[in-house]
Design a protein around this ligand. Structure first.
Ligand code: AOS
Ligand code: ZN
Ligand code: ZN
Ligand code: ZN
Length: 426
């Protein structure tokens, strides 16, 4: 199903006057504080986040998977769902595909559909953490496997993913490796790192000159003794040995509890080594919960580093990729993604409000309380009217979730795709 912008405008009508009141109130206050409200709104409008193809169906845990019904059965239907998300939120304009889950059977048809929906192709994801009928198993690893033939096979798969991505117009390859070991002695810690490095170099060598490699790290899972790329430091080390278009991908859930992620972001930007994000939230581990649902203050602090790092020229804003990586086993995935996109917009906007001159003065004077007050003044401000205004100006819905519910979109998807349709993914 396709949502027309006329329909969205029509549904917005009854909500516009109260929105305008709230917006005026906030704009007056922000203008008095010296903010340029128009330019804030423009920045929010421009900030777009890629949606992963695998987050449109219900995710599972190792204990079970409960379908949501109406899940996209094909790549085309995944694009349609992202088209809906785009129409409602105007906060996403691209999809991140996963191969082999999303091998396009008709490349030009898929490209045409994506263009019609205004969707581009963000970084491509390779998959060497599952077996799907290839000659050799990835049970004991892929790019860092002790067996050369398995490493070669995994390298070849990544090259194939690049080729598919090139046809679609993508400009990046995201590599996440499950490689590691479950027990001491199972694999050589040093050799497996070296093999991984060599494999990555081979893949990088086949990447077009205008592509970047996004190398993801993760401390544990599915391996529980050692993971070859457990942290940002190892990822950064590998990237540096591979080439200057290889950078570190930060997935918010890929840290041990209480890790200072904003510091990792600051350090990577300082080195011009931040490839981008997989947004999600986490209470314990790689929980893949809705972005901003558990630690919104952390998300705000991360955006503070991003905004200041870009403004100070440490690393260009445009060089960073923005993606969601989430999994939902209790929510309607489309509603969950709308919540995530909203929270990303909100925390980004709050970070734009930080009085950086004042903050910097507090830091120099050693005014610890003053510095905290600076951050709190921005974090506690309810910026939702600004985020909403940006969405409306871009043609989106005043309130995306209520429109989605009012139009009974999930029910319609179930009617056309079936109550037990299953999306590919985890
Ligand atoms: C896995 O934990 C990583 O976060 C991956 O980025 C991603 O979730 C995966 O590629 C999709 O299955
Ligand atoms: Zn991820
Ligand atoms: Zn993950
Ligand atoms: Zn995750």
């Amino acid at each position: 199903m396709k949502l027309t912008s006329d329909k969205i405008q029509e549904l917005n009508q009854s909500k516009l006057s109260s929105h305008q009141e709230e917006l005026n109130f906030l704009s007056n206050r922000l203008s008095k504080e010296g903010h340029d409200v128009e330019s804030l709104i423009q920045k929010i409008k421009d900030f777009q986040i890629a949606v992963p193809s695998w987050a449109l169906g219900a995710g599972g845990t190792r204990f079970g998977r409960f379908g949501i019904g109406g899940e996209p059965r094909t790549l085309e239907e995944k694009l349609e769902d992202i088209g809906l998300l785009k129409a409602l939120t105007q906060k996403t304009d691209s999809v991140s595909l996963h191969i082999p889950w999303d091998i396009p059977s008709d490349v030009s048809g898929v490209k045409e559909l994506a263009t019609d929906l205004g969707i581009g192709f963000d970084a491509m994801n390779s998959n060497t953490f599952q077996d799907y009928g290839q000659a050799e198993t990835y049970k004991l690893g892929s790019l860092g496997n002790a067996k050369k033939s398995i490493r070669d096979q995994a390298v070849a798969h990544n090259i194939e993913v690049i080729e598919i991505g090139e046809k679609l117009g993508s400009k990046g390859l995201t590599v996440w490796l499950a490689d590691g070991s479950n027990f001491p002695g199972q694999s050589s810690l040093r050799n497996s790192l070296q093999w991984t490095q060599e494999s990555l170099q081979a893949i990088y060598g086949k990447m077009p000159g205008d592509w970047k490699m996004l190398l993801e790290y993760k401390p544990y899972e599915p391996n529980f003794y050692h993971t070859i790329i457990p942290d940002w430091g190892t990822s950064s080390l590998l990237c540096k040995s591979v080439g200057d278009r290889a950078k570190v991908l930060v997935d918010l859930g890929h840290h041990l509890p209480n890790t200072n992620i904003e510091q990792i972001v600051a350090t990577l930007m300082y080195q011009d080594m931040l490839a981008g994000f997989h947004f999600n939230d986490s209470k314990y581990g790689d929980d893949d919960l809705t972005t901003g649902s558990i630690k919104p203050y952390q998300l705000f602090l991360i955006f503070c580093e991003l905004v200041s790092g870009a403004e100070d020229g440490a690393q260009a804003w445009e060089s960073i990729s923005w993606m969601i990586d989430a999994s939902h086993n209790t929510k309607d995935p489309i509603e969950d993604l709308m919540q995530a996109l909203e929270m990303i917009g909100v925390c980004f906007t709050k970070a734009l409000l930080v009085d950086r001159k004042k903050l910097s003065a507090c830091q120099i004077e050693g005014d610890v309380v003053g510095a905290q007050e600076c951050l709190q003044a921005a974090f506690q401000c309810d910026v939702r009217p600004l985020v909403k205004e940006a969405r409306i100006q871009n043609g989106g819905a005043c309130d995306p979730i209520s429109v989605y519910r009012e139009l009974e979109i999930r029910k319609k998807l179930i009617n056309t795709r079936g109550a037990d349709s299953r999306s590919t993914g985890l």
